[in-house]
Structures are given as structure tokens and as C-alpha cells.
Design a protein around this ligand. Sequence first.
Ligand code: ADP
Length: 486
Amino acid sequence: MLEKLKDQQLLKTQAYINGEWVSADSGKTFSVTNPANGAAIADVADLGAEETRAAIAAADAAMVEWKAMTAKQRAVVLKKWFDLMVEAQEDLALLMTTEQGKPVKEAMGEVMYGASFIEWFAEEGRRAYGDVIPTHANDKRILTVKQPIGVVAAITPWNFPIAMITRKAAPALAAGCTIVIKPSEETPFCALAMAELADRAGIPAGVLNVVTGVNAAAIGGELTSSPIVRKLSFTGSTPVGKLLMEQCAQTVKKTSMELGGNAPFIVFDDADIDAAVEGAIASKYRNAGQTCVCANRILVQAGVHDKFAEKLAARVQEMQVGDGTTPGVEIGPLINKAAIDKVESLVQQSVEQGAQIVTGGERNAHGDLFYTPTILSNVTQDMPVFTQEIFGPVAPLVRFETEEEAIKIANNTPFGLAAYFYSETMSRIWRVSEGLEYGMVAINDGILSTEIAPFGGVKESGTGREGSKYGLDEYLEIKYMLMGGI
Ligand code: ADP
């Protein structure tokens, strides 16, 4: 498959530290496979704690010059990185589909979405303004400046192998920080291709480092215990996020945590049903349901429940399952065996507890990791498809009667990342938006991610915001300066 890469130099198998491509000290490698067919793609350097320490040291050394550059000088380099990404869009998308499985069209979308963070923060870095605060005493003056927080560690997941990196690296670098990135062991090739493009763009040695390896605990242990690392930005599961927060407590690091979700998608009686169906398709089945903002529970008001279920089922049954490189495919494979086993077991347990299969409900003949897009009805709040993040192409439908009940059901979870609802009534739109305990609410839309808006969750979905003007603050410290004797 990868012989189709126009630029073969984008396929890297070594880690990137201090501007050099490096193997593991031990010489060890790990194999990465294509989830669509199980074929081995290539072996990648399997680094551990020692090499991570070297990467942190390189980032520390590089920060002296990087932070001394003006924001505009950094922006010039970052914009070059952005341009190179846009030029390499097709190759990056092919790498992504090959290691991650999502349909090429979605991969192309992610490359541009990922690139958008670089462009945005290259510009936003120039607006890291401080304040001059009206004084409390005539012989004193008070002002604040914003300074880069220090060396940043980023630990990223496989579901958005490029965007979850740029969403952290771009603001970090724009702010004047340097970064050590540990990508998911499932998707190292996108991360390494991004490092290659960063190198070509002229990002100086040590400013951006990528440490690949299967021993996430060893690499993570080094990143979280190092006193040099001042900030950890993590996107991944809630249990790992909690562990990393605990580890970071020892050196009192600032953390941004983008963790699991359990998004409600509410369809009220007054909704535009066709729009709600399209929104549900986009929100639920994108990336085969493997995003933290995927609709996880579809709550439908009794008056429109059956009509909505019927229309959604008709649309879901049309979805083409297959290898993401095949034109027209909308549902690719899940990432690995553990993922499909989990989806299968959540569905089975829920069916045993009384859920009904409207469509799907089984593995798909395309291969070991494919699951047929599924809709379950009669789902109740005690079922595992309601309480757990499914991370697969399964839409559980929950029937409700009143607006109050819908809000209560939606908030009945320790998570609070994204929520969606469809209604045509202005007063309801305000009431429900304010009542939902979520960091992000999409009204009459199924997609909400953009580089210009703050992405992030409340409750056990995490802390901090990525993207937007707030995303830069995560990598800056405010210094207050008092000047006396005036
Ligand atoms: P997912 O379910 O999306 O794979 P994980 O939280 O397991 O979520 O993985 C997200 C990222 O966290 C990956 O890069 C993974 O390697 C990393 N990771 C997993 N366990 C640890 C750990 N103990 N310490 C540091 N990083 C970890």
C-alpha cells in the first residue's frame, strides 16, 4: 500500500530526537500493522526511559534559543510547517488510513484539521499579551507578562494520529516552549512524518522530539517524573489520564487532560428530523465511532422516536463498510482486537439486559476488526452501552418523555465532554444548553471541532482547553511584575 506514497521519505521508522533520526539504544523495534487486513506495515524504533530522558534534555537545551525568538520569527517557521503539511496532504492521509483505518476522505479531513492548528497558533502566538493593571499605590506600577511554561510533554492517542499532535505541538511551539511527543504505539508513522516535515520546515533541533515505543508506562514515567518537564498535555482514556495526573503531582506540573466522553445526542419533538439524522450519522459513525466526542447515547423524545429510528436505520444500512482506501467506504476497521471485543461485549450484554437490535449487532465479514454499523433501541440507563464509552459504530437509542427528563438522563454520567441536541425552539435551546453539564454543546449540528473554538471537557472528561485563544494559555505562565520607587 505504502508504495503509493509520492514522497517515500515521509515513511520514517526511527524516533526523532534533537533533530536526529535515532534507533533504540537496545536496537529493539516493534511492528505496526494495518487494521484493515492485519498486514505488517514496518518496524519502528522501540525506545524507553533512557532515550526519553535524552529527548527531554534536548528539548531543554533547545528552549534557550527558541523562546528568545520573537513570536513572528516562530510564526514564520510554523507557517512553513503548515504549508508542507498541506502539500503532503495525500501522503499523510494514506499513511493515516494505513496505520489507523479511517476512510481516506476522513483522513484527508483530519490532515487539514490538524494543519489548521498550526496556522491558527502561528498567528495567535503573536497575541500573547500581558496587562498593565491600574495601580494600588502612586509610587508603584503593576504589569503582567506571559512567558512560555517550559518543556512540554505530549502523550497522544491513535484515533486522530495527526490532529491530536498538532493541537498540542502548535500552541506549545508558538508560545516558545519545546516539546517531547509520545505518540500512540498504534500510529507512530503519522507522528514521524510530522517530525520529518517539521525538520524540513526548519524547526530547530530539539524543539520538537518524537519518542516512539511500546512501553508507554516507561516513557510516560520519565515524562511525568522529570522536573524539567513543566507541562503535560494528554489525550486518551480516563484511567490513564488519572494515573498521569497522579504522577505529575510529584513535580506539580500543569496538566491538560482530554479524556473520555459519553456524549448525549438529544432529539426533541420539535427537531428537524432529517437534519437530526444527518447530524447523528456524522457524530456517531465518524472514524467508525472511535472519537471521544462521538454520540454515545441517542436520546429521542417519544413523539418522534419511531420516525427518527426508522430514518436513521435506513441511512445506516446504506453505509459501506470496508478498507478505508476503497472509494465510497464510510466505515473502516476498529483499531485492534481489544477494541472490537469490547464493542461486541457491550452490545451482547445490553441485548441480554433487554436492548433490541434495530440493525447490525454483529461483526462484519470484511475482516477481523470490522463491526457492522449498529442501532440498538429500548436502551436503559443501567445498560453498559449507556454507562460506558462504546468507541465503535453502535448507536443506542433511549426514549424519553420530557425536556427535564432528557437533561437528567444526559447528565447521568461522570463524563462531560461533548453534547448535541436538536430543537427548533429558542427558549428550549437556551434552557437545554445551560442545563447540560458538558464542556461543549452543539445545537442542531453533529460536528463541533474547529481550531478556532475551545475544545475540552468538564467532570471526568478532563481539564484545560485546546484550540482557540484559550489553547495558547495552556502553554503560558503569567508573571506579575511590581515596579516600586516611582
Ligand atoms: P486509548 O484507549 O485511546 O488507546 P490510552 O489512554 O490507552 O487510550 O492511550 C492514549 C495514549 O496514552 C497512548 O499514547 C498510550 O500509549 C499512552 N499510555 C497508555 N498507558 C500509559 C501509561 N501508563 N503512561 C503513559 N502513557 C500511557
